[in-house]
Write a protein that binds this ligand. Structure first.
Ligand code: TYD
Length: 206
């Protein structure tokens, strides 16, 4: 099987993921890679519909466990419909968030713990990222960056929730040092982009 390369981006709200993702995408295309960019929750018609349901601020009565299952359901569809086929065709897949978001937000943030990993076993179906770039930014700075815009249901959660999410990410970084590359996201856009591309070059050469 001609397997591609699977990269995911993670980080708290306002950590600057979207900017870094588009810079990396351009950079890989310039180097001649066939790049597919997708996002979670979303990326397929069904997963985008699930996204609307999850993020709608009107759905305040949603149980935490329901939220965890919905993220996993959106992921199960994305993995099978888009990510796996693209990797089998040898493409580079960049995904804006993946299962680590569920571990950080639902596992640590909502306090669902190990249940989240269990729910996601079948959703991910052994399709784990080759590399995860974690943009590390203090959650207070992250929330001040998104202060001006309208907040979805998850962004509306308390500061304490976002602090737990951040701490969850740090634990994941410690647990999976070979897969998760933590990057200080408090620098300038160019500094962060340079660090990501430098580290990725080393990894892709291997
Ligand atoms: P999005 O607008 O994509 O946020 P961002 O631009 O910060 O990535 O909304 C996704 C939200 O869903 C975000 O607040 C993180 C949250 N989320 C989870 O709680 N669990 C998950 O498994 C995923 C994929 C996202």
């Amino acid at each position: 099987m001609n397997r591609g390369f699977f990269i995911t981006f993670e980080g708290g709200d306002g950590s600057g993921k979207s900017t870094q993702i588009s810079i990396l995408r351009e950079c890989l295309i310039e180097k001649g890679y066939d790049v597919i960019l997708t996002r979670e929750p979303g990326g397929t018609d069904i997963s985008e519909k699930i996204r609307e349901l999850i993020l709608d601020p009107e759905n305040g009565e949603m149980e935490d466990i329901t939220e965890a299952y919905l993220y996993a359901a959106a992921r199960a569809q994305l993995v099978r419909q888009l990510i796996k086929p693209a990797l089998e065709e040898g493409k580079v897949v960049i995904c804006d968030r993946f299962v680590d978001s569920s571990i950080a937000y639902q596992g640590f943030g909502r306090g669902l713990g190990d249940a989240v990993g269990i729910i996601n076993t079948y959703a991910v179906d052994d399709c784990m990222p080759d590399l995860t770039i974690l943009l590390k930014l203090d959650p207070e700075r992250g929330s001040s960056r998104i202060a001006g815009r309208e907040h979805d249901r998850i962004e509306q959660a308390s500061d304490e929730f976002h602090r737990k999410v951040y701490e969850g990410y740090l634990k994941l970084e410690e647990k999976y040092p070979d897969r998760i590359l933590g990057v200080d996201a408090s620098g300038t856009i160019q500094e962060i982009a340079d660090e990501i591309s430098h580290r990725l070059d080393e990894i892709m050469e291997r």
